[in-house]
Structures are given as C-alpha cells and as structure tokens.
Ligand binder design. Structure first.
Ligand SMILES: [Zn+2]
Length: 242
C-alpha cells in the first residue's frame, strides 16, 4: 500500500543543526516522562522552526465542505494544548475564502514536499490570499502536506479529497479529523515520532493515516517530549515580534 502519510521536506528547509540538542534538552526538561517514554518512542529530528507571530488562518474551501468544522476544531485542539502547557502562543483568527488552488498544482506541491524539491511557483490567487497559515480543503487526490515556511514566511497546508481513501468518513471515521490536526502540528513546528498511538507518528516510521481510524471521535495525543518541545519553542514568555 502506498505510504499515504505526508511529508515535509527535512532537507533544505529542515536541515538541522539542533535536533540532537533539542532531544537532549527535551530529555532534561522532562526527565520524569523520559523514563516513561523510553519504552521505544523515538522522536525523529526536525529543524527547529516556530512562528514569530500569532498566525492568522485562511481556509480555502468550498462553502459547505464537511471538513471546515474539523479545521475549526483542530485549531481549538491546538489552542487548548498551548493553554495547557502554559505558552502564550496560539493560533489566530480563522477566515474562509473560496479560491482553492487547482488540484494539479497541489499534486505538484505534494510531490515537491515529499521529494524534498523546491516548491513550484504559486498561482497568483494563492500569492494574493491573505493569512499566515493557509489551509486548503481540496477535492484532489494527493498526499496531504504541510510546507513549512515559504519564502513569504507563510505555511500552506493542503488536505486531499475526503472522497478518497483514507479520508472517506464512512470507511475511516476519525481519520480526517486527526490528519488535519496532524498537518497543523507540522505547521506549528512539530516533527514525527514512531508511535502509532500518537498524533505525530510519521516517517521514517511506517504509520499511515488509517491508524487514526476509530469509532470514537477523538484526537490522538502528543507525547510528553513533544509538549516539552513546544514549550521550548513557544516559552511562557513568548510574545509576537510583529
Ligand atoms: Zn508528517
């Protein structure tokens, strides 16, 4: 089966000088949970990246797309998480617009992200879209992705069609909800781990989005190390620099 999880380029954009240090720091910060999580959870290195402002969010979507509430709930999920861990950072106000980039362009973007190649030139409509974090709800068939920061300092998240596996609600309840939260997790700076019971499981682990399937609607959790990492990149004293 095709590896349907997304992902982001860890290459040029994410080549890291800090992952080991981050992991060491995270380990020190939560020494008590480290032991608890030493039972095989691996956090894969990712380049440190974080927002210097409260990102405004624009959803590019058809008017009645059933994924819109999932985006709103994912924003709530993350903001609740930020409040719980004690950072002042949060995701900003959400707007909606209808200029959805064409599916072939999103497929190209997805391929570029997966192959760690430069992103294709954005169509004018996307360049002109307001908002720091753009969430595209597409009807295209591609691997959902999050770009990391573009040259313009924004992040584009694109979610594939919910009429295609594994986002079809009837066959995969609870998957689209977690895929959207997961891509926003990348957009705020998290990388992957290898635990299929956690939200941010991903490459090089073999997790697939269908692991999110559940008859109970719920978000998969973060690891304690991820929470400590978020508090490191968005400390309690965090404030927007612009
Ligand atoms: Zn990923």
């Amino acid at each position: 089966m095709e590896f349907l999880h997304d992902h982001e380029p860890r290459s040029r954009y994410y080549r890291s000088r800090v992952p080991l240090l981050v992991l060491l720091l995270a380990g020190l910060i939560c020494a008590d949970t480290q032991a608890q999580e030493s039972s095989g959870i691996v956090h894969f290195p990712t380049r440190e990246r974080s927002w210097d402002r409260i990102p405004s969010i624009t959803i590019l979507t058809a008017a009645n797309d059933s994924r819109i509430p999932l985006v709103l709930e994912a924003v709530e999920f993350w903001n609740k998480t930020f409040a719980e861990i004690g950072t002042a950072f949060k995701l900003g106000p959400v707007e909606q617009a209808s200029e959805i980039p064409p599916a072939p362009f999103l497929l190209k973007m997805s391929d570029a992200v997966l192959s760690r190649s430069p992103l294709p030139e954005f169509p004018e409509t996307l360049k002109n879209t307001k908002g720091d974090l753009i969430v595209v709800l597409s009807d295209g068939d591609f691997v959902s992705f999050s770009t990391g920061f573009t040259k313009a300092g924004r992040v584009v998240v694109a979610i594939k069609s919910d009429r295609k596996s594994p986002l079809i609600y009837a066959d995969y309840p609870n998957v689209a909800r977690n895929v959207i939260a997961y891509e926003l997790g990348h957009a705020i700076g998290l990388g992957h781990n290898n635990d299929p019971t956690k939200l941010m499981c991903g490459r090089p682990a073999s997790c697939r989005p269908d692991a999110f399937r559940s008859n109970t609607e719920m978000y998969f959790p973060l690891t304690e190390i991820e929470k400590a990492y978020l508090l490191k990149i968005y400390p309690p004293t965090w404030s927007p620099s612009r």
